[in-house]
Design a protein. Sequence first.
Length: 504
Amino acid sequence: MSATFVGMPGSPAFPAFPRAAHDAVRDTTLRGNLRHATHTIRAKRAAAVAEMPDWAALRAAGRQIKDHTLRHLDWYLVRVEEAVTAAGGTVHWAADADEANRIVAGLVKATGESEVVKVKSMATQEIGLNEALEAAGIRAYETDLAELIVQLGHDRPSHILVPAIHRNRGEIRDIFRSEMSRWGRPAPEGLTDAPAELAEAARLHLREKFLRAKVGISGANFVVAETGTLVVVESEGNGRMCLTLPETLISVVGIEKIVPTWRDLEVFLQTLPRSSTAERMNPYTSMWTGTTDGDGPETFHLVLLDNGRTDTLADEVGRQALRCIRCSACLNVCPVYERAGGHAYGSVYPGPIGAILSPQLRGTASEIDASLPYASSLCGACYEVCPVAIDIPEVLVHLRERVVEGGPATRAGNKVLLKPAKGHAAERAAMRAARWALTRPGALRGGQRLASRTRRFHPRTLPGPGRAWTGTRDLPPVPAEPFRDWWQRTHGGPGPGPGGKDAK
């Protein structure tokens, strides 16, 4: 496996989003793969959602449940610890990625094992767990088909739901042929790119690992506070194997994944599968509560992960990103993601949700994180499909303001004053000038008249920092007559707005 990219934004290998996207949009194979996959998933999701006459009510309920839980998260976290402990599990608290990795590596070493099988988990990718385990002499095997493709290809995930969405069948066949033998059972002779053959090759390769592994590692889609029950939904069955066969199970879960009750869980078990895989329900929904003699793992550990979530919770606008249930619907409708792909975001969380979540979890000090809030056209499609009604455009604008202006924020639990990011001085000056003019009607009228009278001398493109804006769009022409003057000439009055007869 190559070194993890999460936690190392801004390095030469992970430039700011515009530069990474510039290269990605020129990869015709990548764009073809993304276009086909996202359009297919998008159409299927729309059909699945249309079957639900109460979808709007479910969406509103999901938002309310998440907001309630986040407001009272301290209380629910204690409830989870008490319930998991009472059911025979052990709870560990991790403030950041390093602490979580140390805890998991220590737990695996305590078993005497040197390999683990893993369920697909965004949280473990976020903290770079595979690389941390490798450094500790422990080999982690991904068992989700797409994650297996990424791992064997020494690659990085590019989609929340379909991590290998940027690969086509021919590329997957070549990866299996060349890499499977290095990780275990080799690919069958004469393997083609037929989906059934590729799936069977993965099944045979993984089965020996399922039967041999003594330690499993997972995340969780939800944690039910009232009973301490963890829930994983998936479509392949590999998760069920990892959750039931090993003797020890370690689950790394973000603290925002809590729902208060089983009745609340019912809402998300309806909205998540339809928004993600366009299924009425997931083929495999696994739930476990602590340990039970003779059934499943003998030992269960829950690692509750903060890693910037408490800082995000402190932001009244940005905290809504913590509602996310990782369905990936926003990625499949985003015109920016469709063209740039997931790798350009430099984070395990790509697409619109990554553009607002990563800069909050990691801060905006790095080049890549300062650029992510701008990785959007603000078209609003992401908000329309979000099953928990995260207003992603609102948060994007909020984060853009933070990048440009700086200001108060919370980092590592401490109140800090962020400095404005470099490279935005001209933008700040333009906004201040606009604010000055717009609050002074006389100056605004004078500026409009001057602009109209000098319109023949206006350039077609802007100089300096404005060159990037006019490089891809036309500079709007200034009208021959300001609107206020036109109104006065045609209506005989001072015009609408401040001081005019139509002012309200």
